[in-house]
Design a protein around this ligand. Structure first.
Ligand SMILES: Cc1cc2nc3c(=O)[nH]c(=O)nc-3n(C[C@H](O)[C@H](O)[C@H](O)COP(=O)(O)OP(=O)(O)OC[C@H]3O[C@@H](n4cnc5c(N)ncnc54)[C@H](O)[C@@H]3O)c2cc1C
Ligand code: SF4
Length: 470
């Protein structure tokens, strides 16, 4: 088991694998929301009011016709229901597992009142899509080949969604992907108890069944291939590289042993054949307030850490993680401490604690330190203070407009460079969610298709570009 980051491979004082038995770990990492049985699904489907202009559909970033798919579940048409979902969101299976429905479709459900509960849309979506993926039921076919080729950079939700829609529209796609496996954070990031077994890879296989999508894994854009090259060799380019860089704390002793990048640890955890072999701290401190911070905190606890403190510099409302995620962490024994920022890591080569300064808002609403300090002892400290877009596009970089380091795109996901689209976490607008990335990929593919067809109608000569990749 590799332990990426700057830590020893376990067995430092206070850090060891096997804190829990394999059976306990299996139990801890079982499905967070187990699938509905048929009778449960029918009862849940009956709870839907089938609203006209349904607010849940408006609240879904991919615009799934939610009353439509629930109605089909009621009438026993599971395949039709799955088609209604997947035609808008080809990763409807993963989204059913990972969408923060409490702030999306289910929050908008008219049954979501003090006296009642929203329809469990996510679980119904899973009920409809699982059989289609389990049995590899083909629901889409390709349009006549256009002869056009599109390069997609990154095989995460944005890239795969774009590739699938382009393939359906008749274009050939080559996906260049840094990681050894496709799927992006579905494979390497999402909490293990949200997507158990090999669902992420099964979903990728389902997507690739459409044909004419080639994936070149292990190809690093910016090192093995450049934007100028792709623009030359392909008819259009979609950038969906996610956020590969991790933000630093910028404090003393940040590089001490035992101070880890949360993303790297989660990645190891998701790839571990036996989670009981992962080194786990006895006392864990997590710094950050987003989904990554919550996920590394909860999973550390589920792996057997005795104490896990998650420290965030502002109050609960400012946290990137939803109220539901915060409650989930607390239910699992994570202590969330607000209004404190790390002042320095305490270490003699190895970390043994973190000194935090209490924070508050001043009269102008700015976050300030109060001068009151407090130490939390720790064997492992996780940094989870956000990611950034870590690549340099050489000469083309200056032409790609950015906002706070992320790429600027218009409503069709076009960048400032002609023929180049971008979507998912690497673009400036939109929340960093799986479902948002899927929508970006879909919207970009529709825009690319229109662009290519306009080009085709201008230039009726057979297309002659012939570069090969992968
Ligand atoms: C720990 C964690 C937990 C999360 N949990 C949830 C959740 O529960 N629910 C939810 O909705 N969202 C969650 N998210 C957010 C969600 O995972 C992302 O918003 C989503 O994956 C973004 O998709 P993407 O396609 O833009 O990028 P990614 O999923 O990051 O995929 C990027 C792809 O690009 C490739 N790549 C990167 N750099 C290069 C390069 N230079 N050259 C070639 N290829 C490259 C990578 O190999 C990868 O395959 C979570 C994120 C994290 C970090
Ligand atoms: S994709 Fe997500 S937000 Fe949209 S309906 Fe499904 S669970 Fe809700």
């Amino acid at each position: 088991m590799s332990m990426t980051g700057n830590a020893p491979a376990g067995n430092a004082p206070g850090v060891r694998p096997g804190r829990l038995s394999a059976a306990e770990i299996d139990r801890n990492f079982s499905d967070l929301h187990p699938p509905l049985a048929r009778s449960e699904a029918l009862i849940e489907a009956d709870r839907c009011y089938f609203c006209y202009d349904a607010p849940c559909t408006t609240a879904c970033p991919t615009g799934i016709d939610i009353p439509g798919f629930i109605q089909k579940i009621r009438s026993g048409n599971i395949k039709g229901s799955a088609h209604t979902i997947l035609r808008e969101n080809i990763m409807g299976g993963m989204c059913a597992r990972v969408c923060p429905t409490e702030v999306l479709c289910e929050e908008a459900c008219v049954r979501n009142t003090h006296e009642d509960k929203p329809v469990r849309i996510g679980l119904l979506q899973r009920y409809a899509t699982d059989p289609v993926l389990d049995n590899n039921v083909a629901l889409f076919s390709r349009a006549a080949p256009s002869g056009r080729r599109v390069a997609v950079v990154g095989a995460g939700p944005a890239g795969l969604s774009c590739a699938h829609r382009l393939a359906v529209l008749g274009h050939d796609v080559v996906v260049f992907n840094r990681d050894p496996k496709p799927g992006g954070l579905n494979e390497y990031g999402i909490a293990a108890y949200k997507t158990v077994d090999d669902f992420a890879q099964r979903e990728v296989e389902y997507i690739l069944e459409i044909g004419s999508i080639e994936i070149a894994n292990g190809v690093v854009f910016g090192r093995d291939t450049a934007l100028a090259e792709l623009r030359e060799e392909f008819d259009a380019v979609f950038l969906s590289v996610g956020l590969a860089g991790s933000n630093e704390l910028g404090i003393e002793n940040e590089d001490a042993e035992g101070v880890l990048n949360a993303i790297n640890y989660i990645r190891d955890l998701r790839q571990a054949a036996d989670k009981s072999m992962l080194p786990v701290g006895r006392r864990v401190v997590v710094i950050g307030g987003g989904m990554t911070a919550i996920d590394v905190a909860v999973q550390s606890k589920l792996l057997g850490a005795e104490t896990v403190d998650l420290v965030y510099r502002r109050g609960p409302d400012a946290m990137g993680a939803s109220g539901y995620e915060q409650a989930l962490a607390q239910t699992n024994g994570v202590t969330i401490r607000h209004w404190a920022k790390p002042a320095r890591i305490l270490a003699d080569k190895r970390v043994h604690g973190v000194e935090f300064e209490q924070t508050a808002l001043d009269a102008g609403g700015n976050l300030v330190g109060t001068g009151a300090f407090r130490v939390l002892e720790a064997d492992i400290v996780f940094k989870a203070v956000g990611q950034n877009l870590a690549f340099d596009l050489g000469a083309d970089d200056v032409l790609l407009q950015r906002h706070k380091g992320k790429l600027i795109v218009d409503e069709e996901r076009r960048t400032s460079l002609p023929g180049v689209w971008a979507g998912g976490d690497c673009v400036a607008d939109g929340e960093d969610l799986t479902v948002t990335a899927v929508q970006h990929g879909k919207v970009a593919a529709i825009s690319i298709d229109r662009y290519l067809r306009e080009e085709l109608s201008v230039d009726r000569q057979p297309h002659t570009r012939s570069a090969h990749h992968g």
